[in-house]
Design a protein around this ligand. Structure first.
Ligand SMILES: Nc1ncnc2c1ncn2[C@@H]1O[C@H](COP(=O)(O)OP(=O)(O)OP(=O)(O)O)[C@@H](O)[C@H]1O
Ligand SMILES: [Zn+2]
Length: 505
């Protein structure tokens, strides 16, 4: 059977489009990565997991060696400087910054590895691409779409539109200039010619990280956030051009997919497009723009500024959320139960359900272990669901279907379940091992009998002794719902009814 065509919702066109790579031998994707100054929260993990699934699917379709996935690390940013000064007041700022970024980056890698996320093909750090940023900035100034003012370099969207060689500014976000102006901050910096102009380069204050500036600016400076992504995407995805701005063939200066959270559409991605398209004279920076929806807590976006966040680390290693820690694969499944463009409500109940689902699948696969030693192919329904704009809820429904068949003894279904879980980024061997451990723990655990539960058990026994069967059954069912299964018997000596209770979950 031939593979279904991958269709993806493209923010650029606002439609679901057939995905056709520019070069099937090298499918290229860029996703905006973290700014490394603090623990990543579980909302930040959403794009990481969503684009990991897309990376895996692209590798499945085009072959592992034919996909290049770049996810950057932003290691120069005002928030990093502020955190470094706060946490290491006694160190010189640059040393403190290195401490903060290295520690945060290592934590980020450990956290997302626990979520089953593959390392991207390349993970450039912004500070390693300052030369490319400067080269782009120089070219933008030479083309008249950027200007120098008070040691800053600013990009001018109105000059870009007047030049007429790139797409109109605002065409990704589909915002009018008036709307964008209304969104621009009220106190506009005095050196800006127009409130819409955005920073490409700014002077560094004494002690802050700084590099020799472009465009003849005499003081040390540092890049703005948007130019970092344009430069890293060019440097890593437009080979053999290699970021040297030497390739003048516009057809070669576009890559396939650019991704990130929906909050990045404006201004970050709009500005990336403006910079890259003006520097390279292309109509597009990337052909497909994909954006994940928000992870929400009680109706609000999880975010650092609102303070309603829980970090990946806290979920994995502490009891801060729901009074217990959660395995990485449970967090991953909870994330994938919702389509990536829909908001997710992050609740304890959803995590419990995801855990129960994984347990169920592990249970099925356990019975087939020897049949699953060789590589298993993913189920065709599961692949078709993923090719339908990464429809992971539909893919999960497919997994349930396969598990149901496997329970009836269908070994092919068990193999497809194994292959599909692997394609979705679940480590089946680890799942079976942890499932085995959980089963052993449950068997060895003493009955967690609270006084309330003990009272119910006593009442049940009393009802049984009184031959009040209706009440006895009602209490048995109530205790079953609480996780205790009744094993009724008779005392061998006295012949009195007795009941043993087993933990069933
Ligand atoms: N609640 C969320 N749900 C989904 N994606 C999110 C959420 N919060 C941040 N992201 C995404 O995480 C990535 C990193 O974003 P960013 O560095 O702006 O995070 P942040 O500064 O921690 O955000 P915030 O201040 O909103 O918590 C981006 O792709 C962003 O869209
Ligand atoms: Zn970016």
């Amino acid at each position: 059977m031939s593979e279904p065509i991958l269709r993806l919702y493209n923010t650029l066109t606002r439609t679901e489009d057939d995905f056709r790579p520019i070069d099937p031998a090298n499918v290229r994707m860029y996703v905006c990565g973290p700014t490394v100054y603090d623990y990543a929260h579980i909302g930040n993990a959403r794009p990481v997991i969503v684009f990991d699934v897309l990376f895996r699917l692209l590798r499945h379709i085009y072959g592992e060696k034919h996909v290049t996935y770049v996810r950057n690390i932003t290691d120069v940013d005002d928030k990093i400087n502020a955190r470094a000064a706060r946490d290491y007041p006694d160190l010189p700022l640059n040393e403190a910054i290195t401490r903060v970024t290295e520690k945060t980056e290592a934590q980020f890698h450990a956290d997302i590895a626990a979520l089953g996320v593959l390392p991207p093909t390349a993970e450039p750090r912004a500070t390693a691409h300052i030369d490319e940023m400067k080269a782009i900035i120089e070219r933008l100034v030479a083309r008249g779409v950027a200007y120098v003012a008070e040691d800053h370099v600013l990009f001018s969207p109105s000059a870009m539109d007047a030049r007429g060689k790139a797409p109109k500014y605002g065409s990704l976000a589909r915002r009018s200039l008036d709307e964008m102006l209304a969104g621009a901050r009220v106190d506009v910096a005095p050196y800006k010619r127009d409130p819409m102009d955005f920073v490409l380069w700014k002077p560094s204050k004494e002690g802050e990280p700084g590099w020799p500036s472009p465009c003849g600016i005499a003081v040390l400076g540092r890049p703005g956030w948007h130019i970092e992504c344009s430069a890293m995407a060019m440097a890593k995805l437009l080979e053999p051009f290699g970021g040297g701005l030497s390739c003048d063939d516009p057809a070669r200066n576009v890559f396939d997919i650019h991704g990130g959270g929906i909050d990045l559409v404006f201004p970050h991605h709009e500005n990336e497009i403006a910079q890259s398209c003006c520097a390279l004279d292309t109509a597009r920076m990337a052909n497909f723009w994909l954006h994940n929806g928000f992870l929400m807590v009680e109706g609000e976006k999880m975010s650092k500024s609102l303070g309603n966040f829980v970090t990946i680390h806290e979920l994995l290693a502490t009891d801060r959320f729901g009074g217990r820690s959660w395995p990485g694969d449970v967090l991953r499944l909870a994330m994938l139960r919702t389509h990536y463009r829909q908001p997710i409500d992050w609740t304890v109940k959803a995590l419990e359900e995801a855990e129960k689902t994984l347990r169920g699948w592990a249970n099925v696969l356990e019975a087939y272990q020897t049949s699953l030693v060789e590589a298993c192919a993913a189920g065709s329904d599961v692949i078709a669901a993923l090719c339908d704009d990464l429809n992971t809820p539909k893919a999960i429904a497919g997994l349930h279907g396969l598990a149901g068949e496997a329970r009836k003894g269908n070994v092919e279904a068990a193999r497809a379940l194994h292959g599909s879980l692997t394609l979705l980024g679940f480590d089946v061997a680890a799942l079976l091992a942890s499932h085995g451990e959980a089963a052993v723990r449950a068997a060895a655990a003493p009955l967690a009998v609270t006084p309330e539960i003990k009272a119910l058990m006593d009442a049940r026994l009393a009802a049984r002794k009184a031959r009040n069967w209706a009440e006895s059954d009602r209490l048995r069912d109530e205790l079953a719902k609480l996780g205790f299964a009744a094993k009724d018997g008779k005392d061998p000596v006295t012949g009195e009814p007795v009941t043993e209770w087993e933990v069933v979950r």
